[in-house]
Design a protein around this ligand. Sequence first.
Ligand code: PEP
Length: 226
Amino acid sequence: MLIAGNWKMFKGPRETEEFVRAFSPPDGVEAVIAPPFTSLREAVAGGTTVFAQNVHWADEGPYTGEVSAAFLKELGVAGAIVGHSERRQYFGETDETTAKRADQAFAWGLRVIACVGETEAQREADETEDVLRRQVAALPPHPDLVVAYEPVWAIGTGKTATPELAQEAHAFIKTLIDAPVLYGGSVKPENAAELLSQPDVDGALVGGASLDPESFTAICRAALHS
Ligand code: PEP
């Protein structure tokens, strides 16, 4: 099982050092942390597997504010998250740019967690399967691709998909692509075991609850028994 922590825009280098000192995931679960770019070096030094929260599609060039796969490799970063709903919502990320970023990550030997998921309005309009079909179809199949199903209405809202709803979406995604599928959306120590015990839930992408080493360790422990 893969349990990944997306720290979003939280924790600078000093707080990252504190986190990695306190974090002790159990053996038998792959724990990944994805800090902001400026904290990657400290995260890598802590010994946990580290992903970036994004990666650009060019090797280098005039792309202000972006970071290349080559730079991430140089730091010892293992992979990148692409297509997070916050990137899609606030920074104009599309299925096409998500795919370009994933392609470039693979070209540099990085692993990828690619995020997909429907909004509340799309779910209410019965468009969930159409949205997932479109978003997944854009992803480049690759042995190092992991998909994260993150219903947008459950991200950072405290609303969690029921285990049955998550299982249904994961099973559907697996009819579209051969890749492990993580669940993301308000995963916490209290609900992790039930979500992770669903047959097609292969791990979790955790936002808020990954910021505290104790709660993130507890989620990793829940994965051990699921
Ligand atoms: C996320 O941002 O990937 C996420 C799932 O956030 P949260 O766990 O805080 O809902």
